[in-house]
Design a protein. Sequence first.
Length: 410
Amino acid sequence: MPLTLPLRRRSMAAGGAALAALLLSACGADPKPAAPAVPEVSVLTLRASNVPLNIELPGRTTPFLLAEVRARVDGIVQERRFVEGADVRKGQPLYQIDPAPYRTALASAEAQLQRAQATLRSNAALLGRNRVLVRENAVSKQEFDNAEAAQLEAAAEVAAAKAALENARINLGYTNVLAPITGRSSVSAVTQGAYVQGGSATLMTTIQQLDPMYVDLQQSSSEGLALRREIAAGRIRMDGANAAKVVLKLEDGSTYSANGTLEYNGVTVDPATGSVTLRARFPNPENLLLPGMFVRASVSQGVRQDVMRVPVPAVTRTPQGSATVMLVGADNKAVLRPVRTGALVDGHWLISEGLKDGERVIVSGVQKLKPGSVVKVRAENAANPAAPASPAAPAAATAAAAANRGAQQG
C-alpha cells in the first residue's frame, strides 16, 4: 500500500507535464494566414451611340376652341333651343330673345329710309331745274348753290337711314342666338324669362370643341436653356419626327392611345413659376380627354449624339457631389474615374465626359471596392444605347437575377 500511492502520483505528474508541453508547442506555432477572397463584379462594356432625349412634363388639357355665348342685345329670353351638355353645330339656334321691340325698330328704320329717299328725289329734281335756269340767269347763283347743298344733304340722309336700317336688321338677328362654333355645350347660365343685356354682354352658355384637344405643358426655363445650348453646340440633333412626338399619360396612369404633336414652344418665362409653356395637339375622336384634366407628357426633344449610357447604380457621388464610376482595368484592378453626368434616360445616366468607347464599368458591388483592388469579372454585357430598356425591363432583370441567385444557393 505505501508503494502504490507514490507510483500513482508520479504517473499523474508525468501526464500533466506532457499536456503542458503540448500546449506550449501549440502556442508557439506560426499558422499560415488564409488568402483573401477576390470580389466578383458585373461589368458593362460601353459603346457610344445616339440616344433619343425625352423629358416628362406636367400639363393640363385645354379645348381646341372655346366660345362664350353672350347676349348682344337687351331683352327677355323666350326659349332655350338646345340640350345642355349636348353637341351643337355651328349656326344652330341656342336661344330666342324677345324680337318684338327690334322688329318695331326695323320697321321704323325702313320708314326713315323711305322718307330720306323721297327727300333726295325732290332735291335732285330741284337741283336739275336750277342747273338749267342758272345758265339762263333765271335764278341766282346762290339759289343754285342752296339747291345743290340740299341735294347733298338729302343723299347723306339716305346713307344714314340705310345704315340705321342695317343696324336694326342686325339687332333683330341677334335676338336669335346662334352657336358660333361646333362643339360640346355646357350648362345654360340663363333660363326662360331671364333678362339679358347686350351692354354688359350677359353670359348665356359656353361651347368647347374637344376634337382635337390641346395640352399645355410646363417646362422649367433652366431645362429649356440647357437644351438650346446642347443644340447650339451640336451635341443634340433635332429630328423632325422625334421632336414632334408627344406621348401622353392620363390621370389613372394609363397611356393615351394616340400620340400628339408639339405645336408651340413658349418664349416667355412665367416669373411666378420660372417655367415656359409648351403646347401639344392630340386627336380626341372619342372625347376621352376633357378640358382641365391633369396629365403628364413625354416630349421628344432631339437625339443626343455619341453618348455613353451608364446604369444609375454604377454612378456614385463624392461628398462634394462629383460623379464617379469604377472601371475594370486591363490588369483586372478597380480604377476610380471621375465623370460628368448629363440627362437621366430610362434609368441610365448619359455620360458626357470621362469615359471612352470599349471601357468596362462595374455595375454591381461598387460600394465594397477600393481603387486598386483586384476583381473577378462575373458577368459582362455589351451596352446598347440605341435601344433603351422599357420601364418593365429593370423589373424583369431583377427577377431574373433573384432566380439565378436562388438556383446557385440551391
